[in-house]
Design a protein around this ligand. Structure first.
Ligand code: T5A
Length: 228
């Protein structure tokens, strides 16, 4: 790692059907084409035994206690930690479609689940350099293809998930060009804290790229911090 720039860790988050997978794929293509070697991961990663159980739960083949399923999602991230670390150390940018923020927002949106308790099982995982939150009201998301088949794709539940996400917004959730006037920065900040995902695929992609290139190019050999 000596003398070599580490890769950036960038996470794309949002409620169901906000366009995360579409945008994450396009982002990795863009970064790779512009000489910033990048890989794409998605959680839940269903290729493992834990991931397979999670997929069965999402498709309503199995039922579990809410705490048990929360810990399964978290365990799925921990099992990929060595892979994430190894890419980042080699200077590869890791773009992740859903991460611990999904874990916390979806679990804490359930009745009787405590937000702090939900954060605990992901404590110590790498903290992303940038979190891109794609914001769309669940009513808008519902109109998109494929909505409504999975366990959590219910508008009222997604409203609560969105609320929980907004409680998690932190200073690494956007990259803002602070060289402009206070009012301009303020405007950009307000517009960029949550990316308006109701626009076209190309428009959302453009906003995402502007934020991501700054992060990727700004990473030096500093160590990743950890979550929470
Ligand atoms: N979960 C996940 C937890 O409870 N705990 C956890 O720890 C984790 C990691 C995952 C479920 O598990 C929960 C959250 C989820 O409910 P999944 O099947 O893996 O389920 O979900 P995703 O693959 O993440 O898919 P989503 O349903 O969330 O969709 P995306 O990725 O947000 O949307 P995408 O890109 O697939 O697009 C959906 C459709 O919209 C169109 C696309 O072409 C596609 O048809 N579209 C647009 N249309 C118009 N304008 C745009 N700007 C558009 N962008 C995309």
């Amino acid at each position: 790692m000596e003398g070599k720039k580490r890769g950036a860790l960038i996470v794309v988050e949002g409620c169901d059907r906000t366009g995360k997978s579409t945008q994450a794929k396009k982002l990795v293509d863009y970064l790779s084409k512009t000489g910033r070697y990048s890989i794409l991961l998605h959680f839940p990663e269903c290729s493992t035994r834990i991931g397979d159980i999670i997929r069965g739960y999402l498709n309503k083949y199995y039922n579990f206690d809410d705490r048990a399923v929360h810990l399964l999602f978290s365990a799925n991230r921990w099992e990929f930690l060595p892979l994430i670390q190894s890419h980042i150390q080699k200077g590869v940018n890791v773009i992740i479609d859903r991460y611990a923020f999904s874990g916390v927002a979806f679990s804490a949106a359930k009745k009787g689940m405590n937000l702090q308790w939900c954060k605990n099982s992901d404590s110590g995982l790498p903290r992303p350099d940038l979190v891109l939150f794609l914001d769309l009201t669940p009513a808008q998301a519902e109109k998109r293809d494929g909505y409504g088949t999975e366990r959590y794709e219910v508008e009222e539940f997604q409203d609560r998930v969105r609320e929980k996400y907004l409680q998690l917004v932190d200073n690494n959730w956007v990259v803002i060009d602070a060289s402009r006037s206070i009012e301009e920065v303020h405007k950009v900040l307000c517009a960029a804290v949550v990316i308006d995902a109701s626009r076209s695929i190309e428009e959302v992609h453009k906003v995402l790229c502007a934020a991501v290139v700054k992060t990727v190019d700004g990473v030096d050999d500093n160590k990743l911090e950890t979550l929470w």
